[in-house]
Design a protein around this ligand. Sequence first.
Ligand code: AMP
Length: 306
Amino acid sequence: MTAAVNDGAIAVIGSVAFDTLETPAGRADDELGGSAVHFAVAASFFTKVQLVAPIGDDFPAEALRYLESRGIDCSGLERRAGRTFRWHGRYHEDMNRRDTLHLDLGVFGGFQPRVTDAIRRAPFVFLGNIDPTLQGGVLDQFASPTLVGLDTMNHWIDEARAPLEALLPRVDLLVINDEEARQLSRETNVARAARRILGLGAKSVLVKRGEYGAILFSPGSVFAVPAFPLEEVFDPTGAGDTFAGGLLGHLAASGDLATPNVRRAIVYGSVLASFVVEDFGGRRMRTLERDAIEQRYRQFVALTEF
Ligand code: AMP
């Protein structure tokens, strides 16, 4: 990742969802979520974001107003007849583990993303967690992005390994959790897993390890950050996408893809993720202010200085 960037915009494709969330701390119904929403809200603290996703005819004006109030360009949201995507997840006592209880694709069924001219030129593209075939179809429509990030999940590694692997050589930053890294690489050791994934063509791999932090593997370099030590975690939903949004948001806003700044971006990603888990869904992001982000960023630096 060495190219210079001259425009701050990030295009994100992923799910826009209503989530039912059960964690050891309680339950919340119909929370605005989805991979693209969590990513876009986090990145919007830093730069302009363009959201590409289907929404149903049940998608409320209030949710749209909220996204627009964050400066998110919603012109790529395609309203279709039917229900907005819904996901119901339940976390174990160990909140690094969760089960999908129910998933309703709704308007994702038969969705063919079309990227408009205004979005096609975005220098940063984030392919949020959806069907890898859709991710590839979207990527094909971009002019020549400077940086492509990609997230995926166990479901797609199982069900769509071939299209997912075909995408990896086009990806600058793969963002996955440790379990997914093991599954994708068929290696149990995380460092070996990352090396194998780099061998599949991804230029760098960020392995998220929940409350243990994250590690960036690139050819010839490894960088690790802890997670911010919170005493109370309410709901980890969206932490991964929020991490990616903070990371790419900082990179895009600064236009600096050199290694020291990529490392700072990873710390921003950790900071954003540490906020989103403080309440259900994306609630905490509605009250978060830039000052609090900077303050926690400084705490992070102090935490890791020796
Ligand atoms: P994260 O906790 O970062 O993995 O993101 C959770 C978000 O991903 C939730 O808001 C869900 O709505 C969304 N999600 C869960 N499963 C899927 C799926 N199969 N495809 C697309 N989005 C999903």
